[in-house]
Design a protein around this ligand. Structure first.
Ligand code: 0O2
Length: 210
């Protein structure tokens, strides 16, 4: 029987630290009054039941979780526009507080389900009282539309355990197409949107100064 609290402690630490670091990146854009390519950041440690399910499904022995399960610690960085994803990946590549192990581009190579996202797997050093521990963390970078689709599909997947009825499967595929088109449309009026957002930020700042 694994001591889960002890095993998951560095993953929890890593998620907490990286959430602060990535939210800080957004804050720096705001300080410079530049439009931020990062809209918001979330993070989670995979629940034990999901770790066990995935290990069983992929045939990963429990003593190999550390090296073979890449998403026990997971961060998500949400962007407004598809064109923000590349710059966010570039910001991650430039950092020297972790090492990139792998990148998976499910935007140019969308999954059969319709899933789109850019995944970056990093090796992140956590300073524990027992010494440094390097763990794998998966960062998913996606637009708000991609996130909406993935969140809904994930809940349905949970309900149907991956065996979707045909009509639901079809609707999910159509919804994925619609999310893709939404991203395209928003990209076309990106300039207008950012101008309006800058206007509202300035207005809010002026009201705060009064
Ligand atoms: P959770 O609940 O998000 O933690 P595999 O799991 O076989 O697809 P692998 O090797 O683990 O593949 O890596 P992958 O596909 O790069 O990353 C897996 C994670 O990406 C998933 O974690 C999801 O978060 C997300 N993901 C991948 N494919 C889909 C999809 O079709 N729909 C949705 N909604 N999310 C997807 P978990 O472990 O599934 O779950």
């Amino acid at each position: 029987m694994k001591n889960w609290d002890q095993f998951l402690a560095p993953y929890k630490q890593a998620v907490d630290e990286l959430k602060i670091k990535f939210k800080g990146m957004r804050g720096q854009f705001e300080l410079a009054s530049d439009p931020s390519p990062i809209e918001f950041v979330t993070g989670r440690v995979k629940p034990i039941a999901s770790i066990l399910d995935k290990a069983k499904q992929k045939g990963i022995p429990l003593n190999k979780l550390e090296s073979e399960m890449q998403d026990i610690a997971g961060l998500r960085m949400m962007c407004q526009f598809v064109d923000d994803i590349g710059p966010v990946v570039e910001l991650l590549r430039k950092r020297n507080d972790f090492e990139i192990v792998e990148e998976r581009n499910y935007i140019s190579n969308k999954k059969e389900s319709g899933y789109r996202s850019y995944h970056v797997v990093i090796r992140y050093p956590v300073q524990m009282v027992s010494g440094e521990k390097k763990i794998l963390v998966e960062i998913q970078i996606r637009t708000l539309a991609m996130n909406f689709w993935a969140t809904i599909e994930h809940s349905l997947n949970y309900k149907y355990k991956g065996q979707f009825p045909e009509d639901i499967q079809l609707r999910l595929q159509r919804a994925a197409e619609a999310a893709f088109r939404l991203d395209e449309e928003m990209s076309l009026i990106r300039g207008e949107i950012q101008e309006a957002q800058a206007f509202f930020t300035r207005k809010k700042e002026l009201q705060q100064d009064e």
